[in-house]
Design a protein around this ligand. Structure first.
Ligand code: SF4
Length: 280
């Protein structure tokens, strides 16, 4: 299988520190995949990690798509053929997706946050409202289908740090999702509430002791729970955010993609209120 920006991104530190000159690890990975950048420019890599990435990068074939495409669009294009061999009919149940056969063409229909999408075996994706799906939406739909997850949810909320083998990614998870929400919504509970509604969040405040709680269906078997405690300046109490997930989440997505999903989730909430976050 050809090496793509996603493969490279998964092995980067995902701290979005910017010291390579790219605004995020994802953009850097895409530039490396396009041969516009060399892997050694990531100053956080050394030893075996760097060696492993150099080997991976050595396998990159020149891409056929236009190099002017933005990072997400490029990555979405690269991975779209990964689902061509998946048996949609067999996999639909495990993914909690709807199987469709129209004019002898097979599709899976599934949600990603507040929209439904129809995905073909060639990785072409149509959004239910007819609007063009975003490139990041395409990436997550393909990753989710390609993971072919199965099994039931445990309906037990846990934090990212409670998942196995996440120690090295905990800082990235916090910095790129929870801290982004703290930075942009501290003291703005009502705005965050509006943003949650726009992303089809379901109010769950009655079930949790916090100032705001919303449940989301990121993907059919990847629910997320957002908990928010607003700042109290008089008592010198800073705002806090927790993004929780079902204990089974790694049956449906790998750790690195989950970090990326949480990052996008935070950005979508910001962008729903017109706040532009400084990455791609
Ligand atoms: S690729 Fe490396 S240097 Fe660039 S933002 Fe990511 S961690 Fe930082």
């Amino acid at each position: 299988m050809p090496v793509t920006a996603i493969d490279i991104y998964k092995k980067l530190p995902q701290t979005n520190c910017g010291r390579c000159g790219s605004p995020s690890c994802f953009v850097f990975a895409t530039r490396v995949a396009l041969r516009q950048e060399v892997i050694e420019r990531c100053v956080s890599l050394e030893g075996d990690e760097l060696k492993e990435l150099k080997m991976l990068v050595g396998e990159i074939k020149p891409l056929t798509t236009g190099s002017g495409a933005n990072a997400y669009a490029q990555a979405a294009e690269e991975i779209k053929n990964r689902i061509k061999d998946i048996d949609f009919k067999v996999s639909a149940d495990g993914l909690a997706a709807e199987y469709l056969n129209e004019d002898d063409k097979e599709y899976l229909r599934l949600n990603l946050f507040n929209h439904k999408y129809k995905v073909s075996k060639t990785g072409d994706i149509v959004r239910d409202d007819g609007l063009q799906p975003s490139a990041w939406a395409k990436i997550f739909l393909i990753i989710y289908i390609n993971a072919r997850g199965k099994g039931s949810l445990k309906n037990e909320w846990i934090s990212f740090g409670d998942l196995p083998n996440t120690f090295a990614k905990q800082k990235s998870f916090k910095d790129n999702s929870e801290n982004v929400l703290i930075k942009n919504f501290a003291g703005k509970k009502e705005e965050l509430k509006d943003a949650c509604s726009l992303l089809a969040g379901i109010d769950a405040a009655a079930e949790f002791k916090c100032d705001l709680a919303h449940r989301f269906s990121a993907l059919p078997k990847i629910p997320l729970l957002l908990l928010f405690w607003d700042e109290n300046k008089e008592e010198d109490f800073p705002a806090r955010v927790k993004i929780l997930m079902d204990r089974t989440v790694l049956n449906f997505i790998d750790i690195e993609s989950l970090v990326f999903l949480a990052e996008r989730f935070a950005k979508e909430l910001c962008e729903a209120k017109g706040i532009m976050v400084n990455t791609v």
